[in-house]
Design a binder for this molecule. Structure first.
Ligand code: RIB
Length: 313
């Protein structure tokens, strides 16, 4: 089982040719209202990748709350640990350019009221995974990690948006997943040298004895665990919108590890899922299912090991 403690948002998304510069107003033909939030996206990605998933967090008592939870409910994510706060549901204001790159501002809203205590009494088993990101209060993230460690769960940390992580939390974390910018920000204060994401990931993994994986956009992903390097390319896809590609990687990676796949297989599975998420507009609508991820991951596996290439029937 995967337990996600994190944000739940409504995304208000506009498409433009080029992202606005400071002080500039850009007209867009319209906008879409889409369910999102890093926590919710990762929960849905893990669920669609085949895992049993519980999502804990907070929404408001407004109309956005139901919209934000609809897709999660339809896909069978357990929403019983979500609380209602007397403040608007979180919202993200997203602009996507012609290349599919985005700019995001998040209004926390109800996410500020997410509490680790909402996990109390949840039936878990050792080895289950707690998946954390950074759009809910940091003190609650740390409390959730302590709760998980006390129960023998694995803690997976996606330090997004970018910023530091305390040595205490790093020591409680079994698996870190970040992008190439986030890993550099995370490394500050940990006494790890390295001029590039590869060296920093290796240094952090060695220092804390955990697994550190870095997503690299079109270059795929790489990471270090137990002194061994793992890597997978991205699928060559037509990029429509990169929103939630990182979340999809995290959720799919967690789902593969929950099925006790090794890192070599899990990183290919997650990279395939993240690539597929770039081909459809919007956060949660773009998250692929197991049925589409598996054949895509097989393409990456074929490229890794020529001996495993499938022959035509
Ligand atoms: O990672 C993408 C997500 O970031 C969006 O869905 C938005 O809600 C923000 O949380």
């Amino acid at each position: 089982m995967i337990i996600v403690f994190g944000s739940i948002n409504i995304d208000l998304v506009t498409r433009v040719d080029a992202l606005p510069k400071p002080g500039e107003t850009v007209a867009a033909p319209g906008y879409a209202v889409v369910p999102g939030g890093k926590g919710a996206n990762q929960a849905l990605a893990a669920r669609r990748a085949g895992a049993g998933v519980v999502l804990a967090g907070a929404v408001g008592r407004d109309g956005f709350a139901d919209l934000a939870l609809d897709m999660l409910a339809a896909d069978g994510v357990d929403l019983t640990r979500i609380v209602r706060a007397d403040t608007p549901t979180g919202a993200a204001f997203i602009t996507v350019d012609a290349e599919g790159q985005n700019q995001i501002v998040v209004g926390s809203g109800a996410n500020a009221f997410a509490r680790a205590a909402s996990l109390d009494g949840l039936a878990t088993k050792p080895g289950d995974i707690l998946l954390l990101q950074w759009e809910v209060p940091e003190a609650e993230i740390c409390a959730a990690a302590r709760w998980a460690k006390a129960l023998g769960l694995r803690v997976m940390l996606n330090r997004a948006p970018a910023g530091p992580v305390t040595p205490e939390l790093m020591a409680m974390t079994d698996i870190v997943v970040v992008n190439e910018h986030e890993v550099m920000a995370l490394a500050e204060g940990h006494g790890v040298d390295g001029a590039d994401p590869e060296a920093v990931a290796s240094g952090l993994s060695a220092r804390y004895g955990n697994a550190v994986f870095v997503t690299l956009g079109a270059e795929g992903a790489m990471g270090w665990a137990d002194g061994i390097r793992h890597a997978a390319p991205a699928l060559p896809v037509e990029v429509i919108d990169t929103t939630a590609a990182g979340d999809t990687f995290c959720g799919a990676f967690a789902a593969a590890l929950d099925r006790r796949r090794g890192y070599e297989t899990a990183i290919e599975f997650a990279s395939a899922a993240g690539s597929l998420a770039c081909t459809i507009f919007g956060a949660q609508p773009s998250i692929p299912t197991l049925a589409t991820i598996e054949p895509a991951a097989a393409i990456l596996a074929d490229g890794r090991n020529p001996d495993h290439r499938r022959t035509p029937p």
